[in-house]
Ligand binder design. Structure first.
Ligand SMILES: *Cc1c(COP(=O)(O)O)cnc(C)c1O
Length: 394
């Protein structure tokens, strides 16, 4: 039989040319798919999407996302990672996977604010309650756990107020009560802090920050080192239809090789500027866990050697909030914007009075300014802050 030539529309789709195998380059390829093609009906019918020895559908993983999952598991010191479209989605996935009506989740009083909003407005609708605990009161923590407590979130340190808890003690207390612990490790990033080494069950990270490093990708990860716990999270992940695009996964894979260097550079700049600011007459308090006197400094020293490139400053009480805002507006290299760990230094003012009333009551100014270091030279950043401090007097 003569084979009828295919129409060009079909021929372009079914062209069987394949490039030769053996192309190896430093950076992994971008494999994009919703559909994955099976060689036979038998392969299609027998394929188990939960196994990582093949491919089923783009939502369940491609070579690019599998690779990133493995790298993040290694970074965190865990064994299994799932990827989600944002850091916040990683927080919500953990809640959706582990909690049911009647359960209670404990959050630190300095929790990343959107995580608290998720508990307050979404978990609440499913009959799941939340309570805040004092992250610096490890001794009183056991009394916070009730028979309904199923999950405890930890952050080290709080990403705006920078209090560093006794993470290992909190994890020990929760474990003794049979309560699962989850760490938001966006600050420690697997570089300064590895949660599993301190007895944490689940470690989540906003890959948006350090792993990406570009300020141009949103992604989150949930890592475990317990197969049963991973299976639970993975099933909920699948049922919620959470997945990440291959281009974004590749962007994070491109950020990872320079991550430790970027982390160290931003750490150094933050410590230099934090120490300098602590000497300034306008400043009442500098919050940076590596500074002696910052809340939880001893716990930071017991858990970490490095620190992320973040610190917060409280000015003297007689400096009006409007002056503090004028200071932020006067900065030229520090841009106004959320997030951190990108190349550009950022600054955001926060009202400590609404955010953390207990901390605001001590007599220093209540408008806190959080600085996040980019990759600019420290001397240029210091000069920028110095020129902007001029407006505090005016
Ligand atoms: C940024 C951040 C998140 C959320 O990450 P997104 O990708 O922006 O959703 C969660 N926790 C902390 C501590 C963060 O800094």
């Amino acid at each position: 039989m003569t084979t009828r030539p295919l129409d060009v529309a079909t021929a372009l789709i079914h062209d069987d040319y394949q490039p030769p195998p053996g192309f190896v380059a430093p950076q992994p390829a971008v494999h994009k798919a919703s559909t994955v093609i099976f060689p036979s009906v038998a392969a299609l019918k027998s394929r188990d999407w939960r196994r990582r020895d093949g491919y089923t559908y783009g939502l369940h993983g491609t070579p690019t996302t599998f690779l990133l999952e493995e790298r993040i598991a290694r970074l965190e010191g865990g064994t299994h990672t799932v990827l989600v479209p944002s850091g916040l989605a990683a927080v919500t996935l953990v809640g959706m996977a582990l909690l049911q009506p009647g359960d209670e989740v404990l959050l630190p009083a300095n929790v990343y604010a959107p995580s608290r909003e998720f508990a307050r407005h979404e978990l609440a609708r499913w009959g799941i309650t939340h309570r805040l605990y004092d992250p610096l009161d490890a001794d009183g923590f056991a009394a916070q756990l009730t028979p309904a407590t199923r999950l405890v979130w930890l952050e080290a340190p709080g990403s705006v107020t920078m209090e560093f808890p006794d993470l290992a003690a909190l994890a020990r207390t929760a474990r003794a009560a049979g309560v699962t612990t989850a760490l938001d490790n966006t600050w420690g990033a697997g570089v300064a802090l590895r949660g599993f080494e301190h007895g944490i069950d689940i470690v989540m990270q906003a890959l948006t920050k350090y792993p990406s490093g570009g300020g141009d990708v949103l992604m989150g990860s949930v890592t475990t080192r317990d197969a049963a716990l991973h299976e639970r999270i993975k099933l909920t992940h699948m049922r919620l239809g959470l997945g990440v695009g291959a281009n974004d996964a590749e962007a994070v894979l491109r950020g990872l090789p320079s991550m430790a260097l970027r982390y160290a550079a931003q750490d150094g700049t933050a410590r230099t500027l934090a120490a300098w600011m602590a000497q300034r007459p306008e400043v009442a308090q500098v919050l940076h866990p590596a500074l002696p006197g910052s809340p939880g400094h001893a716990h930071w020293a017991a858990h970490c050697t490095a620190a992320a490139g973040l610190f917060s400053v409280r000015f003297r009480r007689d400096i009006a909030v409007e002056r503090v805002h004028a200071f932020c507006d006067a900065l030229r290299l520090f841009k106004l914007g959320y997030s951190w760990a990108g190349p550009v230094s950022l600054v955001v003012p926060y009202d400590l009075g609404t955010m953390r009333p207990a901390m605001a009551a001590d007599g220093a100014g209540t408008e806190l300014v959080r600085f996040s270091m980019g990759l600019e030279a420290a001397a240029d950043l210091q000069a920028d802050i110095e020129q902007a401090l001029g407006v505090l007097a005016g």
